[in-house]
Design a protein around this ligand. Structure first.
Ligand code: PHE
Ligand code: ZN
Ligand code: ZN
Ligand code: ZN
Length: 282
């Protein structure tokens, strides 16, 4: 898999920050900053040759949007899906939650094109709406699939908060939720092992967009660098950072801005996503 340049991911985060700043300070469901984020990511994918689709739905009296992009090659009966939510809370711009996952997935998708990778499987990338209202967009998408289309999805990988400022390196536990996949867990763990970074397993349960996929029996996995949880001294010893402080002290706050991102965690997770897409999409 190619190295994903963290500078490219950071440039995307700066763009998402600008979009929020120009739209009342957030990128929340039903607010103009969310649709502007969708349109900006869509334009980059269209220019790279992706087949894109915006799926609309209604939640809380407002229209929401999922952006779906498929690479037009590989076996359409064997789909590997990668996603994260593009909406923020209303309190702030949502740069770590979840500009980080969104921008990293985008750069991996663009690397599929620029590297000349010829995947055997069909690669599908998704940027969900209204996660912050209760996983609304991803649930709508899964429920909208026919039984046949659902059965074609061999794996769903979720990335929500991958650059926390006081980071942990968490991999979704295969046993921590329905449809947890040992293969997906181990594929992600293997990347961190290869760069000498210890990981912990975490039971994310129903806290992000993999949940609807898991409920319908699709194997799920993902990574996470921590939210409101407090880093222990054992964790600070192995990962660095500050014990006794939250992984992300700006979680769901107005201070979740471009400054609220750890570049090393952002880079390692973007490269882990690329590793998994190349391994699983082969
Ligand atoms: N989904 C949560 C949010 O957006 C954050 C989270 C991600 C929590 C992954 C646990 C695991 O607020
Ligand atoms: Zn990198
Ligand atoms: Zn959130
Ligand atoms: Zn989130």
């Amino acid at each position: 898999a190619p190295n994903i340049p963290v500078s490219a991911v950071q440039a995307d985060l700066a763009q998402l920050q600008s979009i929020a700043t120009a739209n009342g300070g957030n990128r929340a469901h039903g607010r103009p900053g969310h649709l502007a984020s969708v349109n900006w990511i869509k334009s980059k994918l269209d220019a790279a040759g992706y087949t894109t689709r915006v799926q609309s739905f209604t939640s809380n009296g407002a229209t929401g949007y999922n952006l779906i992009a498929e690479w037009p090659a590989g076996d359409a009966n064997n789909v590997v899906m990668v996603g994260g939510h593009l909406d923020s809370v209303t309190a702030g711009p949502g740069i770590n939650d979840n500009g980080t996952g969104s921008a990293s997935i985008l750069e991996v998708a663009l690397a599929v094109r620029s590297s000349g990778f010829q995947p055997g499987k069909r690669l599908r990338f998704a940027w969900w709406g209204a996660e912050e209202l209760g996983l609304v967009g991803s649930t709508y998408y899964v429920n909208s699939l026919s039984t046949t289309d659902r059965s074609r999805i061999r794996a769903y990988l979720n990335f929500d908060m991958t650059g926390s400022p006081n980071p942990g390196y968490f991999v979704y536990s295969a046993s921590g939720q329905p449809s947890g996949s040992l293969q997906l867990q181990q594929t992600l763990q293997a990347y961190f092992t290869s760069i000498g970074v210890p990981t912990e397993l975490t039971s994310v349960g129903g806290r992000s967009d993999h949940a609807a996929f898991a409920r319908s029996g699709i194997p799920v996995g993902g990574t996470f660098t921590g939210a409101e949880g407090i880093k222990t001294s054992a964790q600070a010893q192995k990962w660095g950072g500050t014990a006794g402080q939250a992984f992300d002290r700006c979680y769901h706050r107005s201070c979740d801005t471009s400054g609220n991102v750890n570049a090393t965690a952002l880079d390692r997770n973007a490269d882990a996503i690329a590793h998994a897409v190349w391994a699983l999409g082969a």
